[in-house]
Design a protein around this ligand. Structure first.
Ligand code: CA
Length: 265
């Protein structure tokens, strides 16, 4: 009984009222499911929505509010940069098509100003260049318009979960350093040139050193939908990354599961 109470207390502390309300059933495994389900609500994020289409911006804001987040709408880039400098946001939803300064320029200036908030770019459907440009400039993810609100919420949740730690401008694993401001990668004094995909893959791994990512997860993060479960692609790119990063090796294979990055063993 003691262990159960302890578990219950732990869940209450970590996941709050939603789990507490469900407690009378008292089945530990069920509670774990519950906790997993409730977890996204715990990641309340301050979200800056930079979008000039008023209806869409409001629609996004209300969906985010309903999901327990704290959104602010700004319709243009210039104001958005000022707001982001004054207030710290966990996530910036940044539309590419904005009046005056476009989303790419905004992203560039945000990073130049040392703002490390995660950025999810909203791009036009089919504009592959938009996506690549955004990622090169340091966006964390992208979503093509038009999108289903559920999909947007899922991305927001994923960014919140994945990068729960304080946003940072430098990722470091052993002597490997990835600067998010200019996307430069160094191992010791040696600069490493990476393609956009390789960089994205490395960024995902380096955001959470030690965590094992499945091939499917990496596919979803780094490639387009049509490749979603083409896990061979991940193996190929991991191979290239390993080669470029050199030794001692930092990327580890967890047999039948996936990959992680960490201190050399
Ligand atoms: Ca727009």
């Amino acid at each position: 009984m003691f262990s159960y109470c302890f578990f219950e207390h732990d869940l209450r502390t970590r996941y709050g009222a939603k789990v507490t309300a469900l407690l009378p059933e008292r089945y530990a495994s069920w509670l774990v499911d519950c906790a997993n389900e409730c977890q996204p609500d715990q990641d309340i994020m301050r979200v800056l929505i930079v979008e000039d289409e008023t209806r869409l911006a409001r629609h996004i804001a209300s969906a985010l509010t309903e999901a327990g987040h704290d959104p602010t709408i700004i319709p243009d880039g210039e104001t958005a940069i000022g707001t982001a400098e004054e207030t710290s946001f966990d996530l910036i939803l940044l539309d590419v098509m904005l009046p005056g300064m476009d989303g790419f320029e905004v992203l560039k200036r945000l990073r130049e100003a040392g703002i490390a908030a995660r950025v999810l770019m909203l791009t036009a459907r089919g504009e592959v260049n938009d996506r690549v440009t955004g990622l090169q400039l340091g966006a964390d993810d992208y979503l093509a318009k038009p999108f289903a609100m559920q999909e947007l919420l899922a991305r927001v949740r994923a960014l919140g979960r994945r990068y729960a730690e304080e946003p940072t401008l430098i990722l470091r694993v052993s002597d490997l350093v990835l600067r998010l401001t200019d996307q430069q990668v160094h191992r010791g004094p040696r600069q490493i040139d990476l393609s956009t995909r390789e960089l994205m893959l490395l960024k995902v791994l380096m955001r959470e050193p030690g965590r094992v990512f499945t091939r499917t997860e990496l596919c979803e993060r780094v490639w387009e939908r049509q490749h979603e479960y083409d896990t061979k692609l991940v193996e190929v790119f991991i191979g290239r990354l390993r080669k470029k990063l050199g030794s001692p090796p930092l990327i580890r294979t967890q047999r039948h599961v996936g990959y992680s990055i960490g201190e050399p063993q």
